[in-house]
Design a protein around this ligand. Structure first.
Ligand SMILES: [Zn+2]
Length: 332
């Protein structure tokens, strides 16, 4: 295998770090997945490097034969002694230091998910798309004319912290009324128990009787809402209305051809995407903005694929080659 043209793709999330060897046809030639370490220190980065080295060794591939390393990580702020940065940049710096002669590229997972969706699901259709990842947290990525738009400083598209006025809840980022405080998966059980306390509906029997907030997940809330529970339905309505407000800003501002909604919250409810799509349209300005299609995402764990596509496209660009056709051949 050592003579093949090979790339390394790395997808880091809160649960695990997934490293794969990928050939120029997008085929995974070997992979290794291990639990992720905390993002607060560099143990996670050292572990990702160790996982990569273990994978290369098991496949008898020398690190100097790797054409490029693509890395997908959550977009999190990392505070250090003298400055602060974001996780993708920190991974990139460490990997460049460790592999100085190899092309290294890193970006936010949601941005690379957007790229993977663009290249695979909609390879010939849209020129612009917005990918929304709606899970325990909320993030998004932009693709414009086939290329990611990470922003001038690498932190664009942070939809989860758009201010949506109303409830006045404090967000973990320090601001008040971020979209995250209404719609992030991890927040939905908190809203359920708050509403239960304040509404106390007559003859109401909670599906979570005897349970505390910690025992209930957003998937439980979605299921209860689908079963007609009155409070879970209110939580569902609040979350979808807040998300629609945020997406109407995306459409009025950016007017993409397509918005794709993925992530665990979206996946937990069959009518959530439809509901959000309908609600978003009520906040749009011009008739033309209604042409933006809002549909469910079709691929899962796309960060790995996006990481590969990102570094592959950069490697080919350095050689003065276009990659359109090569990426269209990639299969998930
Ligand atoms: Zn926030």
């Amino acid at each position: 295998m050592s003579n093949d043209e090979l790339y390394v793709a790395i997808d880091v999330d809160v649960v695990d770090t997934w490293v794969a060897l990928v050939n120029p046809f997008g085929q995974i030639k070997g992979d290794l997945k291990k639990p992720s370490h905390s993002f607060k220190e560099d143990r996670g980065i050292k572990s990702a490097i160790a996982i990569m080295q273990e994978l290369l060794k098991s496949k008898s591939v020398k690190p100097e034969n790797i054409r490029g390393i693509g890395i997908s990580t959550p977009m999190l702020e990392v505070k250090m002694k003298d400055r602060s940065t974001v996780l993708p940049f920190l991974y990139m710096a460490h990997f460049k230091h460790e592999f100085p002669n190899t092309l290294v590229r890193a970006a936010a997972d949601v941005t690379l998910m957007a790229l993977a969706e663009f290249n695979i699901t909609y390879q010939s259709a849209p020129k612009s798309l917005y990918y929304l990842n709606w899970g325990s947290g909320i993030g998004g990525g932009i693709v414009l004319n086939g290329r990611i738009w990470p922003g001038a400083h690498g932190v664009a598209s942070n939809i989860g912290h758009l201010p949506i006025k109303g409830v006045g809840m404090k967000c973990w980022c320090g601001h008040t009324d971020c979209l995250t405080t209404y719609a992030a998966g991890e927040i939905l059980p908190i809203h359920y128990f708050k509403m239960l306390e304040s509404m106390k509906p007559k003859n109401y029997k909670s599906p979570f009787e005897g349970k505390s907030q910690k025992d209930v997940t957003f998937i439980d809330i979605m299921k209860a809402s689908a079963a007609g529970d009155v409070i879970a339905t209110k939580v569902f309505d609040m979350a979808t209305t807040a998300m629609a407000k945020a997406l109407s800003i995306v459409v009025n501002l950016f007017n993409p051809e397509l918005i794709l909604i993925g992530g665990a919250v979206a996946g937990a409810s069959s009518d959530l995407v439809n509901m959000v799509s309908q609600k978003t349209k009520t906040d749009l300005m011009f008739p033309e903005t209604h042409k933006t299609a809002i549909v469910p995402s079709k691929i899962h764990r796309a960060g790995l694929l996006g990481a590969y596509q990102f570094v592959f496209a950069n490697a080919k660009a350095q050689q003065g080659k276009k990659v359109g056709k090569a990426l269209k051949a990639v299969k998930k």
